[in-house]
Each structure stands twice: as structure tokens, then as C-alpha cells.
Ligand binder design. Sequence first.
Ligand code: GDP
Length: 379
Amino acid sequence: MEKENNIHTHTVQHCHIENDEQFAGLTVNVGVKQPPSVNPYMKPRVRRTMPAVGEIVEGILRGDVTMLSRAVTLVESVSPQHQSLAQEVIEKCLPYSGNSRRIGITGVPGAGKSTSIDSFGLHVLKQGGKLAVLAIDPSSERTKGSILGDKTRMERLAVHPSAFIRPSPSAGSLGGVARKTRETIVLCEAAGYNNIFVETVGVGQSETAVHSMVDFFLLIQLAGTGDELQGIKRGIMEMADGIVINKADGDNVDRARLAQAQFRSALHLFPPTQSGWIPEVLCYSGYYDLGIGEVWDMIDRYFEFSKSNGYFDTKRQQQARYWMYETIDEQLRRNFYNNPEVERMLREKEARVLSNLQSSFTAARDVLDCYYAAGKGSV
Ligand code: GDP
């Protein structure tokens, strides 16, 4: 030990000037040799190369979840290169799509959407087949993986081998987010998912978008809070093919029954639906798995009804047309606003309009004229 100490002192003395005798009272210990900041044993990371379109499509048709996820990531990507790949994949999957029940589920936060989707999902999967749960939520805060579509909120489905849960595409314009979800539906159907749930928060415009991509629209309500308190607008109720009152359990059952009666009478005041279907109002408990079968029987009845009177196909055609025009609108808008000439001129014109130097209408006309004249109106 003593020998070791001697060696140590000796080395220290050589390394540090402060250990010289002239600085009596000072000693500096040698530090430990630092390891390199980069791990020398680390294997270089191999970047996954993007598989060819044919390979992705084949994988999807085989029901390969990894390939499906990668295709959805392409759909959600903002890179033009990924976008064109995504479009090729979608185009090739289209002939294999359409064979599913698309169900939209909405309700204010706290209504019990995730809990209910978990229960409804398990009920559906007991009958066989596969289920994809998608979401539309254009607000950026909520899409960072913690709210809609979050797997931890659908505990049983998250571990079910036949369920595919995908959160909302991240923020963007509502039209953009919704279009991506619609394209994802096509991919999921091609991968054999014959039940598609699309979840959305019942507080804004997103219901209209969901309504335009699903066959059946389910509105989850709660008892005991006034309609206006729930932030549910009349328009959303009008869109619903079924209204279900959740949390009909414990001492809440009576209140739920009362709400059921109120909703039933409120629905009488609405104009008849395009499909001829009379929306039903039911009570259930997503948490305690009560009345789930009844809700599902209603949905089964709707599909039978709308398929037998031809409305099912009519609605899908209307939706296909709607999405074509939506996509055109979106691309035109993006092309216009991303044009550097337009961007510059908009700033200038806006300032003029705000200082009352020009009217809004002539300013708009000038910008549009400039856009057309520049011949950059190509999409
Ligand atoms: P979401 O925001 O609409 O997705 O609602 P959640 O599914 O996260 O549910 C919100 C809260 O309501 C959670 O604390 C759930 O446990 C509770 N909840 C959901 N369904 C029921 C139900 O059927 N009965 C009762 N008593 N509570 C429920």
C-alpha cells in the first residue's frame, strides 16, 4: 500500500506544477482518464431504406402490420417524395379497399370515447375479423401522442393481435389531416381490416370531416349535463345515426334514462334523414361493459337497412366525390399561398388594406391577377 502511495505521489508530482515543493500545502490529485465521448464498440446504425412500392403493397395485402405502418407514415409525411410514393401505394391498394364497416365515433373530451372504443372493439373482434382505430384531431397539442388514439387509453385493444391503433396524423389543416385519415382507411382495408373506427372530439369542425368518410356516425353523450354544456352543436346531432348515452351505471342509470327520453324527443324535431333511417338513442356503460351488445345490434341494423335501400353505396359515392373536390381545393390553396410572389404581394396588400389605401376586393383581385399572370398556377 505504501509502495502504491509512493508511486502515486511520484506521478502527481510530475504532472502538476502545484505539487512542486515551492507551493507548500498544495497537492493536486491525478484525474481519472476519461473515456471517449463516442462509444467505440457501438455498431454503426444501419439506416432502413425505403422498400419499393411493390414490396409495400404486397406487405399490406399480406396483412403485414409493419408494412402497413410504414405506408401510413408515408401518407402522413410532408415530404413531396414520400407523398408521391404514398399516392402510388394508395392507388394500388384501392382495388382491395372498400370492404369494411367505417364507423365514426365522436363525443366531447371525457364522454368516454377511448373507454367505449375499447369495449366496442373487443365486442366486434369477438365476432372475428380485424379492427383499425384511427383518429382525426387537427389541434397540435393533442396529437403529440398523448390524447387521441393513445394506446394506453385502449388497454385491451392495444394488446389485441387483430387491432391496429393509429393516432391522428399530426397537426395541419383540418382538411389535410382528414384526407390523410381517409387515405389510411384505404390502406387498412387493403390490409384486411374489416372494421374501421374513426375517433374525433365532438367540439369542432372535425365531425363534418369524419362524417364524410364513415358509413355510420355514433355520437356519445352523457346524462345530467345540458346539451349546450356538452358543447355539442345541433348540427352534430343531426349528423348522428345513433346517439348513445354513456356511463349508464351505478346511481347514474336513472339520469341516463331521462337523458335518453330527452334526446329521443329532441330528435323528433329534426328533419328526416337522407337515408330514411331513424336515429336511435340507447344507454350503455363503456367502463362496465353494459349494453354494448345492444349498441352493436343497432349498428348492425343500420348496415342492413342502408345496404338494402341502396343508401350505403350512394353515400360512399358522394364521399368519393367530396374528397376529390376537397383535395383539389387543398392543393390549389397550398399552391397559391406557397408561391413566393404571392407571399410577398400579400404582405404588401394587407398593409395597404389595413391603412385604408385600398379596398379588400381590389387587393384580392390584384394578388390573384399577379398569380395567374405569373403562370405559376400549375399544381
Ligand atoms: P374520452 O376523453 O372521451 O376518450 O374519455 P375517456 O374514455 O378517457 O373517459 C373519461 C373518464 O370517464 C375516465 O375516467 C373513464 O374511466 C370514465 N368513464 C368512461 N366510461 C365510463 C362509464 O361507462 N362509466 C363510468 N362510470 N365512467 C366511465
